[in-house]
Design a protein around this ligand. Structure first.
Ligand code: PGA
Length: 260
């Protein structure tokens, strides 16, 4: 696990965007696992800038989003399909046929979720999975007690997730309680995983994920089982880690030895 404490959220976004763009230069048909929420927006802005200003093409890229609410239309302002259009896809040349979201309707949701897993496999698997983390340690909508081997499926959102996200809904507006999400097992199948976390609110979740025991009660702790995970943190999210100095020294050595 690499733990990189950044000076600012801008520095984190620069580093993550650089990592994605370097991977894209190596593999123009990159398969990206994408996240929503406030955390990845800086990275998405940088990818759009790379496309607009430097002509970087995403035409052969395939994307799979982590999760989506059940019960919101695709054009609902809180739907993740809407979020991705507004915050990323509107500014890139990704082929709409290559953009995928977990299924949220139809007669047989479990079969549709299995088909989503198959589509990921058919694309050759996810090369880079972008993640945020919930204040309760969720990744995607894998809430505490999610099986560490789970696959794409329907989940009931935790109280903490509902209260963290309540601010996005108008008074009296119904907030979705259900979502489909890639499972923890699905996420762990990605070849490389990048998790960004910003703010004090996430400090305990980051602590549990990086330095706690592997436990379904803190779903992000499952990332300890993956061979290629990098946490990009701001100081606030890193504030409860006990080995901050060590992570800094590892980073210094990595830079000295020619890492990025
Ligand atoms: P945020 O959400 O990026 O809006 O903080 C992250 C998450 O809940 O996974």
């Amino acid at each position: 696990m690499r733990v990189i404490e950044c000076q600012s959220t801008d520095e984190a976004a620069d580093l993550v965007a650089h990592e994605i763009l370097a991977a894209l230069a190596d593999k123009p048909d990159l398969v990206l696992g994408l996240a929503t929420g406030s955390t990845p927006i800086g990275v998405y802005e940088r990818l759009i800038a790379a496309h607009r200003e430097r002509g970087v093409s995403f035409a052969r890229v395939t994307t799979f989003n982590l999760d989506e609410y059940v019960g919101l239309a695709a054009d609902h302002p809180q739907s993740y399909r809407h979020f991705m259009r507004e915050n990323l896809f509107h500014g890139l040349d990704v082929d709409p046929a290559n953009i995928h979201f977990p299924p949220v309707d139809g007669d047989d949701l479990p079969a549709a979720c299995a088909a989503y897993e198959q589509a990921i496999r058919d694309a050759g698997g996810i090369d880079i999975q972008i993640l945020g983390i919930g204040s309760n340690g969720h990744i995607g909508f894998n809430e505490p007690t999610s099986s560490l081997a789970s696959r794409t499926r329907l989940k009931t959102l935790a109280d903490k997730t509902l209260s963290d996200n309540a601010r996005f809904y108008a008074e009296g507006e119904e907030q979705p309680q259900l979502a489909t999400t890639m499972g923890i097992g699905t996420i762990l199948d990605a070849k490389r995983i990048i998790l960004q976390s910003f703010g004090h609110k996430k400090a305990q979740a980051v602590r549990e994920a990086v330095e706690g025991a592997v436990s379904s009660f803190w779903p992000a702790s499952a990332l300890q089982m993956h061979p290629s995970v990098t946490f990009y943190l701001d100081r606030d999210s890193a504030s409860r880690l006990t080995m901050r100095d060590y992570y800094r020294r590892v980073r210094e050595n990595e830079l000295r030895l020619g890492g990025h």
